[in-house]
Design a binder for this molecule. Sequence first.
Ligand code: IPD
Ligand code: CA
Ligand code: CA
Length: 264
Amino acid sequence: MEMHFSANLNIMIKAARKAGRSLVKDFREVENLQVSVKGPGDFASRADYAADGILRDELMTARPTYGWLGEESGGQDGSDPTRRWIVDPLDGTTNFLHGLPHWAVSIALEHKGDMVCGVVYDPMKDELFHAEKGNGAWLNNTRMRVSGRGNLNASIFAAGLPLPGQFDARQMLNDISRLVPHCAGIRRWGTASLDLTYVAAGRFDGYWERGLDIWDMAAGIVIVREAGGFVAPLEKDDGILEKGDLIVSNGGVFEKFAKLIRQV
Ligand code: IPD
Ligand code: CA
Ligand code: CA
């Protein structure tokens, strides 16, 4: 399969790189502020807003008729009701705030309720994950596929845990204790968009989380699906994007992994 960049994908990539440059500059400052008494909190949230401004500017200037939904700037209808950008300017805020170089810019394009294009950019590692429906998934210039593992015992899974006050952690902890004896490891890396794209890249064999927002997962879902991954709701009849609970993996372990996680 040839790598193909549509005009929209090019716009998204340019915007993600520009926001990424601004965030990297601010992240260097956050690293310095770790040792200060005041800490990097305000600075990090200013960095987040600055990245949001860059993305809005780039994406809405290039496509003024599209709608917008951003974590930091809310929703806005476009004159074209069928298309909407769904944006998280900084996914992995807690990592960013603590000087952990694992966070990303996430941009999805929705068309008639369907996610058709996704870009997740990790500027610290210069890893650009992108996909367009029907055109495969790519990490920089290389085609990505989910891992080929079919054995739970050899598989590594990513998980999410609730933020303080979000919901009771017990359900996730119970899931984890059921899975631990049957797998090679579980990671909680704190950036949902990268958890998804790491499954796409075959680095994680699967991932599950509850309580996500649409901007955490919209881009990553297109990418992992295009890489051959399975994406399903945790409760069989829920809408993934509405409920925010999902289970994702390669095809080889999906049945076994989902059976363990869904068992109550
Ligand atoms: C968070 C991250 C995290 C997930 C949280 C999200 P934010 O996004 O994606 O991995 O567990 O549910 O809210 O707040 O860093 O943009
Ligand atoms: Ca997020
Ligand atoms: Ca965010």
